[in-house]
Every structure is written in C-alpha cells, then in structure tokens.
Design a binder for this molecule. Structure first.
Ligand SMILES: Nc1ncnc2c1ncn2[C@@H]1O[C@H](COP(=O)(O)OP(=O)(O)OP(=O)(O)O)[C@@H](O)[C@H]1O
Length: 228
C-alpha cells in the first residue's frame, strides 16, 4: 500500500528531517508514528500527502511512485487519502452536512450520490442529529468527528491523521480512537502521528518510532516508549 524506499528529506535551510527511511505499510494496517518533537513525523506525513518532495528516494502508494506523478494526476492520489488534523480545519460558514458534502462536490460526485452518502457517513460518526449545525456550535470531539466524516466520505484507501486527539480531553480522545479503529476494521489503512502515550499503549497497534530523522523502532504491537 505505502512503501518508502531510501527516502531522505533535507529542507532548503539545511536540516535533514528524514534520513534514508525504508518503511512498508500494508493495506489494512493501523500504524502509529511516534517520536520526540522535531523527529520528522510531520515531514513523513507531508511526504505521503505530496505536500513536499523528498530530496532522494521513492514513495510508492498503491503501486505508483508519487514522486514521479504529473500535476494532472495529483487529484487521483488525493482521492486515495483522507486527512485529519489536530485543529479540525472545518469550513466555518458551512454546516456539518455541507462540510462533508463539499468533499464530495470537489471530486464531482453526483448530487444523488451526495444525498445518499453524506447521511450514511454522518450516522457512522454519530452526528446525524447535528447535520444542520455550524462548527462553532459543536464540541471539539464533535468537530473532529465531522473532520473524520469528511476524510472518509469518498472511501479513501488510507486515512492519515496528524495528532488527531491533540486538542481533545482524554475521554473524547478515546471516543475518536474507537471511531478510527472502526474505520480501520472496514479495511481502511490508518497512519496516525501522535504524542498520545496512553492511547498508543492501550491500542496495541503497530508503532513506528522516528528519532532524529531515522526509524529506530517498528513493532507490531508496540508501545509509545517516551515519557512525554
Ligand atoms: N519547512 C522547513 N524548513 C526547514 N526545516 C524544517 C522545515 N520543517 C521542518 N523542519 C525541520 O525538520 C525536522 C523535522 O521536523 P518535523 O516537523 O517533521 O518534526 P515532528 O516530528 O513532526 O515534530 P513535532 O512532534 O514537534 O510536530 C526539524 O528539525 C525541523 O526543525
């Protein structure tokens, strides 16, 4: 599904954020990316999303080397991936329903498909009764559910989450993790960068640890392994 081959990323101002990374994430995996601040986690995620390009190496997603992808084909790559961020990034002037529908409008889904799919996904994330609300009328946990609904509404192969529970209290964070696990059970590959020690320790999923731009651990049922 995802394969990093000898990937190095050196930023323009000199810092080597990732150094010769080799990692394979299979379809259906649930992988946590952990490591100290500045280790290279966000860089890893930005490379996956093709927000930045590696200095060296190949990044294969679904059999395609995305570093060689033409501009024209980037939308197809984006459709394979849903993304969730710590700060939700919802559109404040759209309702919950419209925020999720918008992700389908962008890929030119038909109005009929949108009318069918949006309520299904809102039910799945437990927000059917909030469809007409605006983001500022929702709790943090509810806003994150909307952002997850938006990320999965087009049925991506991979859900990428960068610190998705960072702004949530522990109980709410745990609810979000249950939802992520439910999405994973449906076959979606999950890649989640996090500092949430308790969550990583309790979930018993694959843990890939990055330190100083190198992979220092990759355990099938791993632990967080740091004190912060
Ligand atoms: N745009 C940039 N230009 C130059 N250096 C950068 C840039 N972005 C990140 N870096 C550097 O690359 C290294 C890795 O940063 P990265 O953001 O990937 O770390 P991280 O593991 O996500 O950290 P955190 O947990 O604090 O979010 C750091 O040394 C950082 O200062």
């Amino acid at each position: 599904m995802i394969n990093f081959i000898n990937v190095t990323k050196q930023y323009a101002k000199g810092a080597i954020a990732l150094s010769n990374i080799n990692i394979k994430i299979d379809k259906g995996d649930f992988a946590f990316i952990v490591g100290p601040s500045g280790a290279g986690k966000s860089t890893f995620i930005k490379l996956l999303l093709k927000e930045i390009e590696p200095t060296k190496g190949k990044i294969i997603i679904d059999g395609i080397d995305i570093t060689k992808l033409s501009l024209r084909k980037i939308p197809y790559l984006r459709r394979k991936m849903g993304v969730v961020f710590q700060d939700f990034r919802l559109l404040p002037n759209k309702t919950v329903y419209e925020n999720v529908a918008f992700a389908m409008e962008i890929i030119e889904a038909s109005p009929k498909e949108i009318r069918r799919q949006v309520p299904t996904i809102l039910a799945m994330v437990g927000l059917s009764n909030k469809a007409k609300m605006y983001p500022n009328q929702l709790s943090g946990g509810e806003q994150q559910r909307v952002s997850i609904a938006r990320a999965i509404v087009n049925n991506p192969a991979v859900l990428i989450a960068d610190e998705p529970t960072g702004n949530l209290d522990p109980d709410t964070a745990w609810e979000i993790m249950k939802l992520m696990k439910q999405i994973n059970r449906r076959g979606t590959t999950i890649v989640m960068a996090t500092h949430a020690k308790e969550i990583v320790d309790l979930m018993q999923q694959r843990v890939i640890a990055i330190e100083g731009g190198r992979i220092v651990r990759d355990d099938k049922k791993g632990v967080y392994g740091y004190e912060d």
